[in-house]
Design a protein around this ligand. Structure first.
Ligand SMILES: NC(=O)c1ccc[n+]([C@@H]2O[C@H](COP(=O)([O-])OP(=O)(O)OC[C@H]3O[C@@H](n4cnc5c(N)ncnc54)[C@H](OP(=O)(O)O)[C@@H]3O)[C@@H](O)[C@H]2O)c1
Length: 520
């Protein structure tokens, strides 16, 4: 199996131990929201405990609800208690960390709130805390444009020259638009007040160790990279399955659907890392150029080809591990006649020299039997001359699985001889598990992403042309679906691996989905 030590190699564009030495202030818009208490503050606290935050640093939380510094810190402390899962989840250092947190009550629509924000920053004695600013937009996407306009008006955000003293960065959460047009409009809006290198569009999948490892694995192992092409690979499957329904997010989901919510970003991002050409360097622009090139090489799906290449699905009532699940149409804030998809499977071709003719099957859905993300690379079969006469042999083609979550690891399947006086074979597997190999705590995606923002490295963020190209791919599929209602072959019971039509999508090419296995 691959030498696991390569996994220690520096991640894209980075040195081994990331630390931003420049003091800065992180302003979190949406400080009373779910993301802040569940992800952002726990991530910052972990970084603090590991000595990876600059000194000094400040966090200003901004939202409309009435809170004091003390009450907000108390809520954030509860967030850390509930959501921290690393070695730094003790609260011993909470008080010293929390002394850097303050809350500012304000409405994003109110220009005076930004004046108050500027005044708050002015109170910080250290000049770098006023000059180096991260604006984290943990707010509804409908407010992104408004926030940057107002920040600009208040003199807090502008298109900075390379040699400017200090820096101002904007972190934009997903979803980035709902189609190509809205993404272009949002980009145009952002770019009015910030240069591309000041804008950090989040896809938290890119902050995951295992997703970063796709590139490390490919480009630092000769044995795999040499096989990474149409000559050796028959097809690739990317599965991101969730074992929960829409829960309380029915209202949002009715507007989004799985194609926009998952495929446009996470799955296409994974695809681009799996299939892109080696970049000339690990610098942000070089890596992102290759990803964009790859996305542009995906053969467009048109309204004429959508039925042949894409299957959507919607779950109806079922059960997962004996726990009853509602159907999508019975979920809160969901139209009882909704046509919104909770599952998508697509067959893409990458029309370039390396991948011509190799199908990439991507699927993602809600209320599937288990939560897992994995990439399975299916190699071509051997010529099978030696064993052609033996129909009793269980000969299977080699397959390499990159398990991204949970139970993170890499598995290689090959055929082995069963011991004994026969030539019986059986598929066996070599495996590398992150846990058993490294044992150590794997940092949360948001820890990594926040560090990158402070360090000004955009490798793990989505560039403007990348997000727009991904929307182009997805918009064409939506256009193909039009207003057609979901049919019987597109619905699936909660707790199954999706609609029948998704099996047929692969069966037409003689392929079969490989379902992720439960965590050990
Ligand atoms: N939660 C997640 O796990 C997650 C995952 C991926 C992406 N995201 C993205 O992250 C962003 C935030 O998500 P969330 O789940 O944290 O949302 P949320 O819980 O609804 O929080 C929204 C925040 O925005 C604030 N807000 C709303 N209107 C405001 C206004 N006019 N002025 C000032 N503040 C205002 C709210 O505070 P007040 O009501 O106190 O004003 C609240 O703090 C969204 O873009 C979402 O798509 C979230």
């Amino acid at each position: 199996m691959a030498d696991a030590s390569i996994l220690n190699a520096p991640p894209p564009g980075l040195s081994d131990q990331r630390r931003s030495d420049e003091p800065c202030t992180i302003v979190i818009f949406g400080a009373s929201g779910d993301l802040t208490w569940r992800k952002l503050i726990p991530a910052l606290y972990h970084l603090y405990c590991q000595g990876q935050l600059p000194s000094p640093f400040r966090v200003v939380g901004f939202a409309r609800r009435d809170k004091t510094d003390e009450s907000w810190r108390g809520e954030m402390r509860a967030g850390v208690t509930e959501h921290a899962n690393g070695p730094h989840d003790g609260l011993e250092r909470w008080e010293e960390f929390a002394a850097n947190l303050s809350y500012l009550r304000g409405d994003l629509n109110d220009s005076e709130a930004y004046t108050a924000l500027a005044a708050r920053l002015e109170q910080f004695g250290e000049p770098a805390l006023r000059a180096n600013l991260v604006f984290y937009l943990a707010i509804s996407p409908s407010l992104f444009g408004l926030a940057v306009d107002q920040l600009h008006e208040a003199g807090l955000l502008e298109r900075l020259e390379d040699d400017a003293a200090g820096w101002q960065r904007v972190v934009v959460e997903k979803p980035f638009g709902k189609d190509l047009q809205s993404a272009q409009e949002l980009n145009a809006h952002l770019i009015r007040h910030a240069r591309e290198r000041q804008i950090f569009r989040i896809d938290h999948y890119l902050g995951k160790e295992t997703v970063q490892n796709i590139m490390m694995f490919r480009f630092s192992n000769a044995i795999f990279e040499q096989l990474w092409n149409r000559e050796a690979i028959e097809h690739v499957q990317i599965t991101v399955s969730e074992n929960i329904g829409v829960g309380s997010r029915g209202g949002y989901f009715e507007e989004a659907g799985t194609l926009r919510d998952m495929m446009q970003n996470h799955l296409l991002q994974i695809l681009s890392l799996v299939a892109m050409e080696p970049p000339p360097s690990l610098a942000a622009e070089d890596v992102r150029n290759e990803k964009v090139k790859l996305l542009k090489s995906i053969r467009p799906i048109t309204p004429e080809t959508v039925a042949e290449h894409v299957v959507r699905g919607q779950y109806f009532a079922g059960a997962i591990n004996d726990e009853a699940r509602k159907g999508y149409r019975q979920e809160e804030r969901v139209d009882p006649a909704s046509n919104v998809e909770t599952y998508v499977a697509a067959k893409f071709f990458v029309d370039n020299w390396r991948w011509s003719g190799v199908p990439f099957y991507l699927r993602t859905g809600k209320n599937l039997p288990l939560r897992a993300s994995e990439v399975r690379v299916q190699f071509r079969p051997t010529p099978n001359v030696l064993f052609a006469a033996r129909d009793d042999l269980d000969l299977q083609s080699n397959a390499l699985t990159l398990r991204l979550q949970p139970d993170e690891g890499i598995f290689l399947r090959f055929n082995g001889k069963v011991p004994g006086n026969t030539i019986a074979t059986r598929p066996v597997r070599m495996q590398f598990g992150y846990d058993s190999e490294f044992g150590a705590y794997t940092p949360e995606a948001y820890e990594r992403l926040l560090l990158e923002v402070m360090a000004g490295d955009a490798t793990l963020f989505i560039r403007r042309d990348e997000v727009e190209t991904a929307w182009q791919i997805v918009d064409a599929i939506r256009e193909g679906w039009g207003d057609e209602p979901i049919t019987n072959s597109e619905i699936y019971a909660a707790g199954t691996w999706g609609p029948e039509a998704a099996e047929e999508l692969l069966a037409r090419s003689g392929h079969k989905w490989h379902n992720p296995q439960p965590e050990k």
